[in-house]
Design a protein around this ligand. Structure first.
Ligand SMILES: Nc1ncnc2c1ncn2[C@@H]1O[C@H](COP(=O)(O)OP(=O)(O)O)[C@@H](O)[C@H]1O
Ligand SMILES: Nc1ccn([C@@H]2O[C@H](COP(=O)(O)OP(=O)(O)O)[C@@H](O)[C@H]2O)c(=O)n1
Length: 225
């Protein structure tokens, strides 16, 4: 390791709607670090399986698709667009239907292995903010800073409902609450890389706490060393 440059990493893990992506993007802006949205890779893999007619229980085929995702991130006039096999899937990867597909393929060890190095490659100078479920436990266990964001199930479902509504999606709060609970249950109970705070993560319950206050708490964690 002598002579190797140390690249700092902040990991932000937690359940759906806890505010990981929102806080990660703010930290990225504040620090000028790179951003890994690991959930997007699982969402793209789930969607790719569906579009290719591959069963999300078929570990080997799903892993093959994960290892060769035909994805492009294109910056255009309307911000970043995500293309899958040339098709714009920017909105579709954010739906709860795709979230459920993501959670199914994410329970398969070969899929997680296929995506592991790709995620670690995001660790580039001057630093990385990594958002997901197992960033602090499996992908970057040696991260300098680890937080685990959470909030009550009701508040997380309400946040997601509002977010999807604002994006023009036709969603029902009752159905969404049920779908998110099911996804969290699957993520937390799977045998590989379950959703669990790293032993050395700072757990922040964001229930009733605004984005600005959560951001300040995370920046305080970064200032500790
Ligand atoms: N602390 C908070 N208080 C209120 N709303 C929040 C908070 N954090 C995030 N949100 C909102 O909740 C929604 C989901 O946040 P997001 O960052 O996408 O969560 P995650 O990445 O953990 O699934 C977004 O619309 C976001 O603006
Ligand atoms: N590091 C990660 C990130 C996501 N995932 C899976 O991918 C799904 C979608 O992740 P996401 O971060 O985009 O979801 P939200 O928290 O934004 O709802 C999760 O429900 C997990 O099943 C994972 O297993 N490991």
């Amino acid at each position: 390791m002598s002579g190797a440059i140390h690249i700092p990493v902040l990991t932000i893990d937690g359940p759906s709607g806890a505010g990981k992506g929102t806080i990660a993007r703010e930290v990225v802006l504040a620090k000028g670090w790179h951003f890994l949205d690991s959930g997007a890779l699982y969402r793209l893999t789930g969607l790719h399986c569906q579009r290719c007619g591959v069963d999300t229980q078929d570990a080997d085929l799903a892993a093959e698709l994960a290892a060769n995702l035909p994805v492009e991130f294109v910056v255009g006039a309307e911000g970043e667009r995500v293309l899958l096999a040339g098709d714009d899937v920017t909105a579709e990867i954010r739906t709860e239907t795709t979230g459920a597909l993501a959670s199914q393929v994410a329970a398969l060890q070969p899929v997680r292995e296929a995506l592991l190095q790709r995620q670690r490659d995001f660790r580039q100078p001057p630093g990385l903010v990594a958002d997901g479920r197992d960033m602090g436990t499996v992908v970057f266990p040696d991260a300098d800073f680890k937080v685990f964001l959470t909030a009550s199930a009701e508040e997380r479902a309400e946040r997601r409902y509002k977010q999807l509504k604002e994006q023009g999606a036709d969603v029902s709060l009752a159905v969404l609450t049920e779908e998110i609970a099911e996804r969290d249950r699957r993520d937390a109970s799977r045998s590989v890389s379950p959703l669990v705070p790293a032993a050395d993560a700072q757990v922040i319950d964001t229930t009733g706490i605004g984005v600005g206050a959560v951001f300040e708490r995370v920046m305080a964690v970064l200032a500790e060393r």
